[in-house]
Design a binder for this molecule. Structure first.
Ligand SMILES: *Cc1c(COP(=O)(O)O)cnc(C)c1O
Length: 395
C-alpha cells in the first residue's frame, strides 16, 4: 500500500468492508445503546473494529472508524482519534500530557484559540506557557526549556503571518529534553508529514480542507505510537469528546476528493499569489512557497506542496479603511473565518492578531486570502477590480 500514490490510497482507505452489505460506503450509525448478545461479550468489549463488539456510542461507531483510518493515512500516522472540533483536537492532547506545574512552549504565531487556551485555561491549572519567535533557531529554543517543560507545541506555517518553522530541528531539541512534540498541521495537510519530521502528535482541523465544503466542524488527533495513542484515547473519553456520526460521514465523503481539491487549490493559489506579488499595491507576499515568506527555506526542504491559504501585506500608504473597502468590493471572495472549503475568502487580519514576542506587523495592512475551486482568472479579475477600489479610496 505504501508505494501507491495518495490519490489511490485516498480512494481505497476506510472502505466499508463487508459490514455494509456490499455498498461502497459505510452507513451512518447513529447510536447510544449497543445491545450485546451476552454478558461475556459485553465485558470483553471496547474493541474498535468491524468484527468486534461495541458497548456504547461515545466510544465511536463503524461510521467513525473508516474516517479515522483515512485521516491517519493522509497524515502518515498509525491511528487517529476523531473529536468534535479542530479546537478539541489540540485541547485534548495538551490535557493528555500536561499536569499542574508543567511548562509548554508555543510559537508566537500560534492559532489564536490555542493561545487563549494556554493563557485562560492552562494557566488556571498552574501550567505555564512561553511563546517563542516562530523562526527561532533550535539552539536558541534549547535555552527556553526548563526542567518541567513537557510539551513543544508547533504550528507551521503560523496563523495569519505564515512563518514556516524548522520543525525537525526544533523537534530534535524537544526530544533530547524528554518533551513531547505536537503540531497543528491543518495548513500542511498531507503536504507536510509530521511523523517523518519528529512530531509525536499531529492536529488537524478537519473542518478545513478535509471536510472541504464549509458545512461542518470536526477535528482529528493523529499519532504513530501506541503509547501516545493510549494517552490520547483515554483523555478523549475522560473529557467526553465525541463527534456526531452524520458529520463524520460527511467528512468521509469530503475526504474522497481531498487530493484533487488540494492539487487544484494549490495550483490556483500559486497562480493568484504570483499575480498579487507583481502588483504595485502589494508590498509583500506571505505564501510559504515564495521566497518572500519568512521560513520559505524550510517549506522548500520539508513540504511536498502548499495549500491555498496565504497572506498579503499592502503598501503602507493604503489605510485600514481603504483595505476594508477593497475587501468589501470583492464579489467572488467572501468575508469569513475558516478556510479549506470550495469558496474563496478574503479577511483583513491587521488588528485581529495577538503577538507577545514579535509584533506581527509587516509594515502595512495584511489580508488573509483563501483560494477555493473557482477559475483563477475570474478570481484575478475580481482582485483587479478590488485593487482599483483600494487605489481610488479617498477618506
Ligand atoms: C480552524 C483552525 C482550528 C480549529 O478548528 P475548528 O474546527 O474551527 O475548531 C485549529 N487550528 C487551525 C490552524 C485552524 O485554522
Amino acid at each position: 500500500m505504501m508505494t501507491q500514490d495518495w490519490h489511490t490510497r485516498l480512494s481505497h482507505a476506510g472502505r466499508a468492508g463487508t459490514h455494509a452489505h456490499g455498498f461502497v460506503n459505510p452507513p451512518v450509525h447513529r447510536g447510544s445503546t449497543v445491545l450485546n448478545p451476552d454478558i461475556a461479550t459485553r465485558m470483553d468489549a471496547g474493541g474498535r473494529r468491524f468484527d468486534q463488539a461495541l458497548v456504547y456510542g461515545t466510544l465511536g461507531t463503524p461510521t467513525h472508524w473508516p474516517l479515522e483510518d483515512v485521516v491517519a493515512e493522509i497524515e502518515g500516522g498509525t491511528r487517529c482519534q476523531i473529536v468534535s472540533t479542530g479546537v478539541a483536537a489540540f485541547t485534548v492532547p495538551l490535557l493528555a500530557y500536561l499536569s499542574a506545574g508543567d511548562h509548554v512552549l508555543m510559537p508566537d504565531s500560534v492559532y489564536g484559540p490555542a493561545r487563549q487556551f494556554a493563557d485562560q485555561f492552562l494557566s488556571r491549572m498552574n501550567i505555564a506557557t512561553t511563546y517563542f519567535d516562530p523562526l527561532i533557531a533550535p539552539a536558541a529554543l534549547a535555552d527556553l526549556f526548563r526542567a518541567e517543560t513537557r510539551v513543544l507545541y508547533l504550528e507551521s506555517p503560523g496563523s495569519h503571518t505564515f512563518e514556516v518553522q524548522d520543525v525537525p530541528g526544533l523537534a530534535a531539541v524537544a526530544h533530547a529534553r524528554g518533551a513531547v512534540v505536537m503540531i497543528d498541521n491543518t495548513w500542511g495537510i498531507h503536504y507536510f508529514q509530521p511523523f517523518r519530521h519528529g512530531c509525536d502528535v499531529s492536529i488537524q482541523a478537519l473542518t478545513k480542507y478535509l471536510a472541504g465544503h464549509s458545512d461542518m466542524v470536526l477535528g482529528g488527533i493523529i499519532v504513530n505510537d501506541d503509547e501516545v495513542w493510549q494517552r490520547v484515547r483515554a483523555t478523549t473519553l475522560l473529557l467526553g469528546q465525541h463527534a456526531a456520526p452524520d458529520d463524520v460521514w460527511l467528512a468521509l465523503r469530503g475526504a474522497r476528493t481531498l487530493a484533487v481539491r488540494l492539487d487544484r487549490q494549490m495550483q490556483s493559489g500559486l497562480t493568484v499569489a504570483r499575480w498579487l506579488a507583481g502588483r504595485p499595491e502589494v508590498a509583500r507576499l506571505l505564501h510559504p512557497a515564495f521566497p518572500s515568506c519568512p521560513g520559505h527555506e524550510y517549506w522548500k526542504r520539508d513540504f511536498s506542496g502548499a495549500s491555498s491559504l496565504f497572506g498579503i501585506v499592502l503598501r503602507p500608504e493604503h489605510s485600514r479603511a481603504a483595505v476594508h473597502a477593497m475587501v468589501e468590493s470583492l464579489s467572488l471572495f467572501g468575508i469569513g473565518a475558516s478556510w479549506g472549503g470550495y469558496e474563496s475568502l478574503a479577511l483583513p487580519t491587521q488588528g485581529t492578531i495577538t503577538r507577545t514576542v514579535g509584533t506581527g506587523d509587516f509594515g502595512g495592512e495584511t489580508v488573509r486570502i483563501h483560494i477555493g475551486l473557482e477559475e483563477p482568472a475570474d478570481l484575478i479579475a475580481d482582485l483587479e477590480r478590488g485593487l482599483s477600489v483600494l487605489r481610488g479610496f479617498a477618506g
